[in-house]
Design a protein around this ligand. Structure first.
Ligand code: NAP
Length: 248
């Protein structure tokens, strides 16, 4: 499949931040970009406009990726309408930070359910269609902290480390069907998720980044677009760190 061929793309959590940048980067004439979101309809409309400005067609829906049945209904409806899913990007993610000894069970469960189980839920349905097609590109958004660890984020770090293992297992399962499965591990990226940091916290983070600045959503989206492109056809099971050198 070439870059210019008609493609059906699905991005989870496309309404804001990195997800919006990914939707925009994957949009082009001939592409159908489906994305879901949690509750932010206005933001979803802004993403749809960006997809269309880049020449693609946008379709969006409110779907909780943590719900296996909601994800199955959503993706099966896309398959019914479009006949295929070529690219799946599992980007939806949340944080509920706190120290281990004070972490509530509900906060552990919420983060694991959205970040890790959500990725499993989406891959499970899309992979069946990709196996029939004998083509698919799956890109999972992990995090640098899934490899380095981070105090105060036991739930989030566990979910992001889990995504790396899940990516490798599924890459091995699906490789014979010409389906690649890779992860992208962003460092600190300027989005709502990191927006709460005060200036001194930001300065402390920047001091840990060899390239000396916080990243932009477009810098993650560019790597996702590469992994979805024919240039990456021989790459699977990998985690690409896009963190300004935070992890080497
Ligand atoms: P963000 O600005 O908070 O956006 C999160 C997106 O996920 C939104 O579109 C949100 O929808 C959606 N979402 C949340 N819960 C969902 C659910 N249950 N079902 C479906 N969609 C849901 O976050 P971001 O910074 O762009 O992060 C995107 C991904 O990159 C996440 O997986 C995050 O862990 C990862 N990441 C981010 C950074 C960073 O520094 N920003 C670093 C490493 C990794 P609504 O708009 O409706 O809420």
């Amino acid at each position: 499949m070439t870059d210019s061929a008609e493609r059906v793309i699905v991005v989870s959590g496309g309404s804001r931040g990195i997800g919006r940048a990914i939707c925009t980067a994957l949009s082009a004439p001939g592409r159908m970009v489906h994305f879901n979101y949690n509750r932010n309809l206005d933001a979803a409309r802004t993403t749809a406009a960006a997809i269309e400005a880049a020449g693609g067609q946008a379709r969006f829906e409110e779907v909780d990726v943590a719900s296996e049945s909601a994800v199955a209904d959503y993706l099966n409806a896309i398959l019914k309408a479009s006949g295929r899913i070529d690219v799946l990007v599992n980007n939806a993610g949340i944080t509920r930070d706190g120290l281990l000894v004070r972490m509530k069970e509900a906060d552990w469960d919420a983060v694991l359910d959205v970040n890790l189980k959500g990725t499993f839920n989406c891959m499970k349905v899309a992979a069946k269609a990709m196996m029939k097609q004998r083509y698919g590109r799956i890109i999972n958004i992990s995090s640098v902290v899934g490899v380095s660890g981070n105090p105060g984020q036991a739930n989030y770090v566990a979910s992001k480390a889990g995504i790396i293992g899940l990516t490798k297992a599924v890459a091995r399962e699906l490789a014979s069907r010409n389906i690649t499965v890779n992860a992208v591990a962003p460092g600190y990226i300027d989005t709502d998720m990191t927006g709460d940091l005060n200036d001194s916290a930001k300065a402390a983070i920047i001091a840990e980044i060899p390239l000396g600045r916080i990243g932009k959503p477009e810098e993650i989206a560019g790597v996702v677009a590469f992994l979805a492109s024919p240039a990456a056809d021989y790459i699977t099971g990998q985690t690409i760190h896009v963190s300004g050198g935070m992890y080497m």
